[in-house]
Design a protein around this ligand. Structure first.
Ligand code: GSH
Length: 204
C-alpha cells in the first residue's frame, strides 16, 4: 500500500492531517510551498489540476478536495477501525456533516477570508460582503451547536466526522468567539484533547 499526502502548513490540509493521524495509517508527507507557487508547477498540476492542497495519492490514484479525501479515507480505512460508519443511515449522517463543513460552513468561511485576509489584495476586499459572510458563519455555528446538544460527538462516539469538522472550527476559534455556543465549545475541546489532533497540529 502506498499513500502520499501533499500538504502546506496552516492550510485546508490541516483537516486531512487530523484525519490521517486519527486513522494511524502509514503515509508519506510531501510539503508544498503554496506561497511560492509550488502547487502551480506542472508536476503538481498533473496530480491536482486545481493547484491546491490537500491532495492524497493512494496506490497511484490522486484524490483531491478535503471533503472527498475524508469520505474516501473513511470508507477505505475508517470502518474497520470504528472511526467511520459502514454503509447505511449512519453513513448518511457522516456524509452530511463532512459535506456541510466544506460546502456550507466552509463556503461562508472562505467568503469571509477572501474579503478580510492578506491572501487577497486589499482592493478586492468588500466590507459588506465580509459582514454578510460573518453572519452566515454565526448561523452555521448555531446549527452545529444545536446538533451537538446532549452529545459527546456528532455521531455519538468519536468518528472522522469530528476530526474533519473540528479541524475547521478549531481554526475558527482563533478569529471568532465560540463561547456563546456552549455545546460546540465543549465538543471542540474534547476533539482537541485527542492525541491525533496534537500530532496534526505539529505537522502544521
Ligand atoms: N476546496 C478545497 C480548497 C483547498 C484550498 O483552497 N487550498 C489552498 C490552501 S488553504 C491552496 O492550496 N492554495 C494554493 C493555491 O491556490 O495556489 C479543499 O477543501 O480541499
Amino acid at each position: 500500500m502506498s499513500l502520499t499526502f501533499y500538504y502546506a502548513p496552516m492550510s485546508t490540509a490541516a483537516i486531512t492531517s487530523t484525519v490521517l493521524e486519527e486513522l494511524g495509517v502509514p503515509y508519506e508527507k510531501v510539503k508544498v510551498d503554496i506561497r511560492n507557487g509550488e502547487s502551480r508547477k506542472p508536476e503538481f498540476l498533473r496530480l491536482n489540476p486545481n493547484g491546491k492542497v490537500p491532495l492524497i495519492v493512494h496506490d497511484g490514484t490522486a484524490v483531491w478536495e478535503s471533503a472527498a479525501i475524508t469520505l474516501y479515507l473513511g470508507e477505505v480505512f475508517g470502518v474497520d477501525k470504528g472511526l467511520y460508519p459502514a454503509p447505511g443511515p449512519e453513513r448518511g449522517e457522516a456524509m452530511k456533516w463532512i459535506i456541510w463543513t466544506n460546502v456550507t460552513l466552509g463556503e461562508a468561511v472562505s467568503r469571509w477570508f477572501r474579503n478580510t485576509s492578506d491572501w487577497t489584495p486589499a482592493e478586492q476586499h468588500n466590507a459588506k460582503t465580509a459582514e454578510v459572510a460573518k453572519a452566515d458563519i454565526q448561523n452555521c455555528l448555531r446549527i452545529l451547536d444545536e446538533a451537538l446538544a446532549g452529545k459527546q460527538f456528532l455521531l455519538g462516539g468519536y468518528t472522522l466526522v469530528d476530526s474533519h469538522l473540528s479541524s475547521l472550527t478549531g481554526w475558527l476559534r482563533s478569529m471568532t468567539d465560540l463561547s456563546p455556543y456552549a455545546n460546540l465549545n465543549g465538543w471542540s475541546s474534547r476533539c482537541a484533547a485527542r492525541p491525533a489532533h496534537a500530532r496534526a497540529a505539529a505537522i502544521g
